[in-house]
Design a protein around this ligand. Structure first.
Ligand code: GLC
Length: 497
């Protein structure tokens, strides 16, 4: 156990692995608290109890004294209760609370998007206002005053705002400081200004200096303005957002105003979950000494997708939300060219309807070359990381990105665009740096992507060179230990400020 003050940390998040996940935030929300508790801190997590969470499977139970909370959302009264469980994978039994309200969370199978309409739920501002105020009421009821509240993304951005306004004179929170982590600026949490009324924040803050941005209510701005410290998930992305106002919808000015109270901390990965030597979801485990076993996974994977296994064909994979900022527009444009190559390509993901139908069409047109699974499938994601030769991640912007790190550790060579966390974690062949681990291209164009895929096809024929790259990747250290120490330093900085 490391020396230094141990903090009481309340980690507030809108998704949490293994209970409920749509993206990397869920992974971080599970692994960072675990690592922090290894360092001796007392961490408790709060997440909404969505209908998608299997309460029975995860032994989530009611707590008698955590029932019948009531809050005002503007004119409406919202009731909620809190359920309890632990992170199943944690050694130190990290406590998890689930904020439960049937209307806003329990009745929703999906987290943020109305699946039937294909649009965001219209009442997202109310849902996450309830969540953000609810967590403060929860800790008061528990009598557990956190030293730090660590909020994540727009869904919890109002927590720092409430602390500095409605709860400012509340003795209970007198020493409590806040850290706000932005995992992606693409999601701003923007709503019509009328949404402000339901927050219950003092009217004085309904202005451009605080929560209104370009005429809209902006949750991220609230977090940026009120948190004691703001960070994002890689140093590279931090610098990009400061230098390119279009990436933050103009919020960069306020970030720059925070000076060194805005930092970049790269995520780690959870080796208890993502490790080819122990992964339970893959067909054959392997490590640096038994890389040959990887091909057993490849065979299983291609057959699962209905292809014929041919060791001479390189297998490319991609696991992604199907949105432009992930570079899906490049992949779409590159598809005709990629389908002329002697490759196999599998894709897992969900997102924009136009991309779902497009990929579906391609899988019908090229059944021996391209296949996709249009949805979430965690188990399949593991097998894809283990069974593929190359992994595509051509993101336009990537705050951190976890799949490129999973790929490296699974001996699957990443092909990434030089942006944010991707450029912080993948060393490009030909970059002049020692021990390259993948392909890195800079220009955001389908052509640049196609060129790297072609280079990968060539590399696949040069077995020794390919193996050297794989080995470099598998030797990378992306453990959370380092990042958790950086977060501890941040906690220390804000707590003692
Ligand atoms: C978001 C970002 C991704 C990051 C993850 C965890 O999903 O898009 O880059 O890895 O959050 O921080």
């Amino acid at each position: 156990m490391a020396a230094g003050k141990k903090y009481k940390i309340l980690f507030v998040t809108s998704e949490l692995f293994p209970f409920v996940k749509t993206g990397g935030l869920a992974d971080v929300s599970s692994s960072l608290p675990q690592e922090l508790s290894e360092l001796g801190h007392e961490v408790r997590i709060v997440v909404p109890r969505y209908g998608a969470i299997d309460t029975r499977k995860f032994k989530i139970h009611d707590v008698v004294r955590l029932k019948n909370f009531s809050l005002k959302l503007g004119e409406k009264e919202a009731l909620f209760s809190v359920k309890s469980s632990f992170l199943p994978v944690s050694k130190n039994r990290v406590q998890v609370y689930f904020l439960d309200n049937e209307e806003y969370f329990g009745s929703r199978k999906s987290l943020y998007v109305d699946i039937l309409k294909g649009t965001w739920y219209e009442d997202n501002y109310e849902r996450f206002t309830l969540f953000s105020r609810g967590v403060l009421e929860l800790v008061k009821k528990l009598g557990w005053a956190p030293d730090i509240i660590h909020a994540n993304d727009w869904q919890t951005a109002l927590v720092p705002a409430f602390l500095k306004t409605n709860y400012q004179n509340d003795e209970f929170f007198a020493k409590c400081k806040s850290l706000f982590t932005i995992h992606n600026f693409v999601y701003g949490g923007e709503f019509a200004p009328e949404a402000f009324a339901s927050t219950g924040l003092p009217d004085a803050f309904k202005s451009d200096d605080f929560i209104i941005h370009n005429g809209r209510m902006n949750f991220l701005k609230a977090g940026i303005k009120f948190a004691d410290h703001v960070n994002t998930v890689s140093p590279g992305y931090r610098n990009e957002v400061l230098n390119d106002p279009s990436m933050t919808n103009g919020l960069a000015t306020f970030l720059a105003g925070k000076a060194d109270a805005f930092s970049g901390v790269i995520n780690g990965i959870d080796k208890g979950v993502w490790n080819p030597a122990t992964d339970k979801f893959i067909v054959k485990n392997y490590d640096l000494k038994s890389i040959d076993n990887k091909s057993v996974n490849k065979k299983n994977l291609v057959e699962r997708f209905g292809f014929t296994f041919d060791a001479a064909l390189p297998l490319f994979s991609m696991i992604s939300r199907l949105y432009d900022y992930k570079g899906i527009d490049l992949v779409a444009e590159a598809m005709p060219e990629l389908m002329k190559l002697n490759i196999q390509f599998v894709l897992l993901g969900t997102g924009e309807m136009k991309y779902k139908s497009m990929f579906d069409e391609y899988s019908k047109k090229y059944p021996s070359k391209f296949a996709c699974y249009l949805g979430f499938n965690d188990e399949l994601a593991h097998l894809m990381e283990a069974g593929s030769d190359f992994y595509l991640m051509p993101s336009k912007h990537e705050p951190c990105g976890l799949n490129q790190m999973y790929s490296l550790l699974y001996g699957t060579i990443p092909i990434v665009r030089k942006t944010g966390g991707l450029s912080d974690t993948v060393i490009g062949i030909g970059s002049g740096e020692p021990n390259p681990t993948g392909f890195v291209f800079e220009e955001y164009s389908a052509q640049a992507l196609i060129e790297k895929v072609k280079a990968a096809v060539e590399l696949y024929k040069r077995k020794d060179e390919m193996l050297a790259l794989i080995r470099n990747g598998m030797k990378c250290d992306f453990s959370w230990q380092l990042s958790a120490k950086k977060y501890t330093e941040l906690y220390k900085k804000v707590y003692s400020a």
